[in-house]
Design a protein around this ligand. Structure first.
Ligand SMILES: NC(=O)c1ccc[n+]([C@@H]2O[C@H](COP(=O)([O-])OP(=O)(O)OC[C@H]3O[C@@H](n4cnc5c(N)ncnc54)[C@H](O)[C@@H]3O)[C@@H](O)[C@H]2O)c1
Length: 349
C-alpha cells in the first residue's frame, strides 16, 4: 500500500512530529518547511529529507510537494492561517496546541475542515500516554461514576519557554502559560470527563515574577506568568484549572489532574518532576477504601502522530478533534476575558 506523504511546518516541535511519522509504517515525511533556512537545513540533514523537499514558504510546499497531510508546528499566531490554507489545498492537518489564538480563528479552522472534508486534529499529546489511556478506560468502565469536581494543574518553578522570544509576546502567542501548559491539562480533564459543555467561567491572571525577570534581562514579556480559572459545566461539575511558568513552589515541574466522582476518584500526575506519568484510582468497595495504581498498560497506546496517520488511513475522525480544540479555546478565552473584566463569563447554550 502507498504510504501517506507527510509535510511538517516548523522545525522546533515539528522535529518530534517528524520522528512520530517516521515511526509509522503507513507514512513517510517527504517535505519540511521553516522560514528559517538554517534551521530547515539542519533539520533536513538530521531526518533525511533532501534539499528538494525543503521549503521556506508553506504555500509553495502545499502546491509542489504532492502531500496528503501536514503538521503545523509554528508560533500560535500562524496556526489558523496555515491550517486553513492547507485544508483548502485538500490536505489533512495536525495542528499544534493551542489550536489558535482566539475562538473566532478556531471556528474558521473547523469550518475549513468541514468544507474540505479533511481531518483536523489538535496535538493534545498528553492524552497519548499510558497513564491517560488507562484512566480513560477506568472512566469508561464506570469505576469513577459521575464526575462532579476536579482540579487540573501545571506549575513550573521557573520555566518560561524561549525567554524573550515569541512565547512571551501576546501578539504571537495569544497568551502565556494558560495557553501553553494549561491547555494540555484542561484538554486532559475534559477528555476524561467526556467533554461536557461549559456554561460559566471565572478566572484571574497574574504577573508577579516573570515581568521582573524580563525587565532585569531586558527581554520582551507581555503575557501572564500564572493563570487560574473555575469552570462550571451544564451537567453540574466544576473544574479548577491552574497554570504557571514561574511560581515560588518546591517542585521544578508539577502536573496533576485529579477528578472526583460519586463512585471513585482518579489522578494523573507527573513523577520525579519530569514527563513520566502515574495513574491512580481511589474507590470504596463494601465500605472499604481502595487505592489502585497503574503498573503497566498492555493495550496499545498510540502517539498522537500515529493516531493522526491511522485516522486518515482508516477514514475516521481522529481522537483529538477540532471541535474539542474549540471547546478548549472557549474556556481559555473565557478565563482571559473574566480576568480582564473582573466578572464571570457565561456561555450561551
Ligand atoms: N504538544 C506539545 O507538547 C508541544 C511542545 C512544544 C511546543 N508545542 C507547540 O508547537 C508550536 C511551535 O513551538 P516550538 O517550541 O517548536 O517553537 P520554536 O520557536 O522552537 O519553533 C517554531 C519554528 O517555526 C518557524 N516558523 C515561524 N513562522 C513560520 C511560518 N510562517 N512558516 C514556516 N515556519 C515558521 C520558526 O522559524 C521556528 O523554527 C507552538 O504552537 C507550541 O505551542 C507543542
Amino acid at each position: 500500500m502507498a504510504k501517506l506523504k507527510m509535510g511538517v511546518i516548523g522545525m522546533g516541535m515539528g522535529r518530534t512530529h517528524i520522528r512520530g511519522y517516521q515511526a509509522h509504517p503507513g507514512a513517510e515525511v517527504v517535505a519540511l518547511c521553516d522560514v528559517d533556512g538554517k534551521r530547515l537545513k539542519t533539520a533536513g540533514e538530521e531526518v533525511g529529507v533532501p534539499e528538494s523537499g525543503r521549503y521556506t514558504d508553506a504555500g509553495e510546499m502545499f502546491r509542489k510537494a504532492g502531500l496528503d497531510a501536514v503538521s503545523v508546528a509554528v508560533p500560535n499566531k500562524y496556526h489558523a492561517p496555515l491550517t486553513i490554507a492547507a485544508l483548502r489545498r485538500g490536505l489533512h492537518v495536525l495542528c499544534e496546541k493551542p489550536m489558535a489564538t482566539s475562538v473566532r480563528e478556531a471556528e474558521r479552522m473547523n469550518a475549513a475542515a468541514e468544507k474540505a472534508d479533511r481531518n483536523l486534529m489538535i496535538n493534545f499529546s498528553f492524552r497519548f500516554t499510558e497513564a491517560a489511556f488507562a484512566l480513560k478506560q477506568q472512566v469508561k468502565a464506570g469505576v469513577i461514576g459521575q464526575i462532579y469536581f476536579g482540579r487540573t494543574v501545571w506549575h513550573r518553578r521557573r520555566g518560561i519557554p524561549g525567554f524573550g522570544g515569541w512565547f512571551g509576546q501576546k501578539e504571537l502567542s495569544g497568551g502565556g502559560p494558560l495557553v501553553d501548559l494549561g491547555v494540555h491539562r484542561l484538554d486532559l480533564a475534559l477528555w476524561l470527563m467526556g467533554f461536557p459543555e461549559p456554561v460559566a467561567v471565572s478566572g484571574s491572571t497574574y504577573n508577579a515574577i516573570a515581568s521582573r525577570l524580563a525587565r532585569a534581562a531586558r527581554k520582551r514579556f507581555d503575557v501572564e506568568d500564572l493563570a487560574c480559572g473555575l469552570v462550571k459545566f451544564a451537567n453540574g461539575p466544576t473544574l479548577i484549572l491552574e497554570a504557571s511558568w514561574a511560581l515560588n513552589q518546591g517542585e521544578g515541574e508539577h502536573m496533576v489532574t485529579a477528578l472526583y466522582g460519586d463512585r471513585g476518584g482518579l489522578v494523573h500526575r507527573n513523577v520525579g518532576g519530569g514527563y513520566e506519568f502515574a495513574a491512580e484510582v481511589f474507590t470504596e468497595e463494601g465500605g472499604d477504601l481502595f487505592t489502585k495504581k497503574l503498573d503497566r498498560r498492555t493495550g496499545p497506546t498510540p502517539s498522537s502522530y500515529g493516531e493522526f496517520v491511522d485516522s486518515i488511513l482508516e477514514e475516521r475522525e481522529p481522537l483529538a478533534t477540532g471541535e474539542q480544540g474549540l471547546k478548549v479555546m472557549k474556556i481559555l478565552e473565557g478565563i482571559y476575558r473574566s480576568a480582564a473584566t473582573g466578572r464571570e463569563v457565561r456561555y450561551r447554550p
